[in-house]
Design a protein around this ligand. Sequence first.
Ligand SMILES: C[S@@+](CC[C@H](N)C(=O)[O-])C[C@H]1O[C@@H](n2cnc3c(N)ncnc32)[C@H](O)[C@@H]1O
Length: 241
Amino acid sequence: VAVRYLGGKTRIAKQLADVIDSVREPGQVVWDAFCGGLSTSVALSRKGPVWSTDVNVALVAMYKAIQAGWDPPDVVDEHTYKRARDLPDTDPLKAYAGFCASFGGKYFGGYARGENRNWAAEGKRGLKRDLPGLNVDCLDFMSVSPTPLDVILYLDPPYAGTTGYAVAKSWDSAAFVERVREWSHFCDVFISEYAFTLGECVWSREQLKRATVGPGATAVEKLFFIPKGLYEIDRTVAEAV
Ligand SMILES: C[S@@+](CC[C@H](N)C(=O)[O-])C[C@H]1O[C@@H](n2cnc3c(N)ncnc32)[C@H](O)[C@@H]1O
């Protein structure tokens, strides 16, 4: 559990990690390529190395700043929150305010109030505890050509048709599926999705939704698994390798 995050897997991260760890070789890296609030990365780092990447420049700048010793403020008041939105992505205060002081952990989704909680301080504690053990980089997953890598891929992309992330307003699900198929020629792939056309669902659990919809609504969280080599390599891919 690093920070509260829209679509974050905090409540199920341990269970997801247990499934992924069941096929993990000793010392094998898990690449958490849509790492967001890092909850799954943290759970996976208990059993071995993890590489955590996300396309959000400001988010990764904030993580790297904390790793380098930046001490985030304990309190982010509403004025600071509003002004932080205009900071450059390189300023760690931007993502810290934008996530840790935001309603439901949605990037600048509105100042978090209520419940008598200091959301920023809670986020800070989690980050300072969890970040030292992680390797975090800024990377657009779709920009990486599938290539033989001795990793397990864990993918938690923006869900098609759900509320957008600031940096990923339009998500091309079809292109993503094709990419996943290609990656599965080279490594085991796990995907958190509500539905997915490749592989099979190996774990699911009904969860109460939070923040984005009214009380009582549930969703079934699922984990899909595509074992390495499940799909035949096609000629165009084979020639490119
Ligand atoms: C569902 S969230 C991940 C939540 C995370 N597993 C957690 O527990 O906090 C999806 C993430 O994908 C990131 N993202 C969107 N498009 C991306 C891309 N092309 N490459 C890498 N990350 C991307 C978003 O910035 C967001 O952090």
